[in-house]
Design a protein around this ligand. Sequence first.
Ligand code: TPP
Ligand code: MG
Length: 788
Amino acid sequence: MTTDPARLELLSALARKVLWLSSWTIHHANHIRPNVDGLKVGGHQASSASLATIMSALYFSVLRPQDRVAVKPHASPVFHAIQYLFGHQTREKLQNFRGFKGAQSYPSRTKDVDDVDFSTGSVGLGVAQTLFASLVQDYVKAHGWARDRVEGRMIALVGDAEMDEGNIFEALLEGWKHGLRNTWWVVDYNRQSLDAVVREGLWEKFETMFRNFGWDVVIVKYGNLMRKAFAEPGGGALKKWIDECPNQLYSALCFQGGAAFRRHLRDEIGDQGAVSQLIDRRSDAELLELMSNLGGHDMASMCEAFEAIAHDRPVCFIAYTIKGIGLPFQGHKDNHAGLMTVAQMEKWRSLQNIRPGHEWDKFEGLSQDATALEAFLADAPFNREGRRRLTAPYIDVPERLSFTPSPQMSTQQGFGLLLNEIARGDSELAARIVTASPDVTVSTNLGAWVNRRGLFARAEKADLFRSEKIPSTFNWDASPRGQHIELGIAEMNLFILMSALGLSHTINGERLLPVATLYDPFIERGLDALNYACYQDARFMVAATPSGVTLAPEGGAHQSIATPLIGMAQDGLASFEPAFVDELAVIMAFGFRYMQREEGEGGSIYLRLSTRSIDQVQRMMTPDLQSAITEGAYWLRKPGPNAEVVIAYTGAVAPEAIEAVGLLGESRRDIGLLAITSADRLHAGWTAARKLRRDRRGVQHLSHIEKLLAPLPRECGIVTVLDGHPATLAWLGSVRGHRAEALGVEHFGQTGTIDDLYRHHGIDANAIIDAAESLTAGAPVRHRKMAV
Ligand SMILES: Cc1ncc(C[n+]2csc(CCOP(=O)(O)OP(=O)(O)O)c2C)c(N)n1
Ligand SMILES: [Mg+2]
C-alpha cells in the first residue's frame, strides 16, 4: 500500500523526475536539437505536466501487467519519460522527440518502441477504445479462452475537453448495454482545453451522466496539503472559497502566484480571524503550493483513490489538476502552446539541482538514494511479466470458401451465403469469427450467420419471440457462447469495436477474426474511427453494403460516391469490390489470411458489396484466376492482338460493361474486358513495382496491372467504369500510356430505377459505347442499347 511514507517519498520523487524529463524532452526539441525548425512543439508542455503525478502513480505503483492504457495524446512526453525510467525508451529517441524515427508526438502502438498499448491522437477515440477493449476481454473470457490470464483493467487518461467528443457518449451507451466492467477513465480535470477554460458546472452534468450509466464516480479534488489545511482553524472557510472559485479565476491565480491568491482571499473572505491567520502563516510560495495542491497533483491522494477500488465496476475518476503545473505558465489560458524560454528553463533546472550536461541522467538532482530508486523501478508490478505485447497462433483458412451458387445473385447475398456455410461447420475459423453490426444485421445479410451462431451476451437471454412461439425468420437468443455483437446505430462504435476486436491477439493473446457489416455510405460516418483502427494496425473485415447509386430507389442520402477512393487511400485497409460471388469467395478466404499476417505486412479488409442481383459466370476457379482476383484484376475477355479499345469495370456495373462489349463487337476490333476486383491492390502493386525498379536499378519486376496491359497496342483506348467516383480507375491510362475515359459517379444521386440512375450518371452501356467511340478512330459504332 502506498500509505507507507517511504514508498510515497520515492513515488513523489519519481513523479518530479517524470515532469522534468518530459519538459526537458520538449525543451530539447525546441531549443537544443539542431534543425529544430518545423519540429517545434506546441501543446505538449502544459498539457503533459497535468498528468505527471497521476501517470507516475499508475505506472510506478498501481498498474499490473494485464492492464492496458490509452494515454491522452499530449501526455506523450510523460509516457515516454516513464518508459525511459523503466529502460524501455532510449535517450536517442527522446532527444529526437517529434523528429524522424524519434519518440512520436502522440503515443503510437506501431511507431513507438516503448510498448504503447493503444495509439491516441484524434481525441476521444483512445478513450472509447478502452471501453471496447474491456468488452472484448469479456468476450474472450466468455468463450473459454485466455483462462490462465488475469483480467486486466482498461484505463484511459482523458483530457477534460476530450469529453466534448460525441463518440465518448456513444460508447458509454453501448458499454451500459453490454454490462461494462474493468474500465477506468481518469479525467485530467485541468478545466482548460486548447483555446478556452471549461464551462462552469459542466462536470456536475457529466458526473450525473456517468452514474446514470452505472459507473462509479470518484472525485479527487483536494491534495493532502489542502486537506490538512482544511482541518486547521478557519480551514472550512478556505475550503468554501476554493469550492466557489470560478474555473477561470482559479487558473488565473495559479498563473499569477501566491501573492495574487492572498489578495483575493483577503478581499473575498474578509478578516475572519482564524482563516486570515491560516493564510498569513504561509509565505507566498507556501500559499501557492497549498492552493495548487489539487488532488491530481498529490501522490498520496491519487494512490489512495486508485487503491481503494476493489471491484470490477467501471470507474470515472475526476482528478482536479492545473494545466502546466510547476511550470511558469501554469494555469494561463493561453498555455496550450506555451513553451518555456531558455532562461526559464535555466532557472528551473538550477532549482532542481540538475547540473548542465546531466539533464538526461535518470536520478540527477533527486535527494533520494539512487539504488533505492532503481530497485523501486525494477520492482514495479507493471513490468513483472516483461514485454506485454502478446501473440496468438495462426488460424487455418481454406484456399477458397464454398457456397451454393444460383444463376443470379448479388454480392451481398453471396456474403451471407458464404458466412452461413462457414457457420454450418465446426472449423477453428468458424469459432474465431466474431461479427458486429450497427443495427443493420438483417439488412446486410448477416441473419443466417446469427441464427446459427447466436448473439453474444455475458448472461443467457432468450429471444422472447422464439420462446413465445411467434414465427420469425430470426433467432436472437443471446448467450456467452454467441458470436455476434449487436450494436446500436452509431458507426463510430462499430469501428472502435473493430479496433478492439482486431487487436485481441496482442492484448489478450487470443486471435479473433472480426467481421463488421454496415451500409457503405455510413463508412463516412465512422471514418475517423476506421482510420484510427487501421493506424494502430487492428485487423478486421468490413462488408459495406449496399453501395453506390445501384441502391437506386433509396435515393441520394443512402448512395455512396467517395467510398472507393476512401478504400484506396486508407492505409492498412485492402479494398475489394467484386462483381461475382465466386470472386467474393476467393477474396474472403484471402482476407481472413491477410488479416493474420505479421505486423507491417497484412492489414484489414474492406469489401464494397451490392444488392444488385446479376447473372453469375459459370467457370472453374483455377489457381491463376484466384491469384489474379486477389491481386486486383483479370481479363474476363482477353483482348485480341489488334485491340482498339478495352473496357475496365469494377463491381455492380459488370452487366453494363459486358453488354457494351457485345454491342461494340461489330464496330471495333479485338475488344477486351478487364474485370477489376480491387483498384486498391492493383494500384498499390503498380506503385510498389515502380519504387522497386527505381530503388534497385536492374530489377525488372512488373506489377500485375503492367503485365495485364502489356499486350495492348499503344493506340488502344481504355474505358473505365464503376458505380463510384471515376478517379478510382482513371489512373489506368497512365500505366502504359494509353488514352483513357473514366466513367463514374460525381454528383449526388436521387431515387429512380437502376437503369434511370445509370443513364443519368453516364455509367450505362450506351455511355460506355460513347466513351469507346470517342477514344477510337473509325466509323460510328453501329449498335446501341435501345431505351426501354
Ligand atoms: C479530434 C481532434 N480534434 C482536435 C484536436 C486538437 N486538439 C488537441 S488537444 C485539444 C484540446 C485538449 O484539451 P484537453 O483534452 O482538456 O487536454 P489538456 O490539454 O487540457 O490536458 C485539441 C482541440 C485533436 N487532437 N483531435
Ligand atoms: Mg483540459
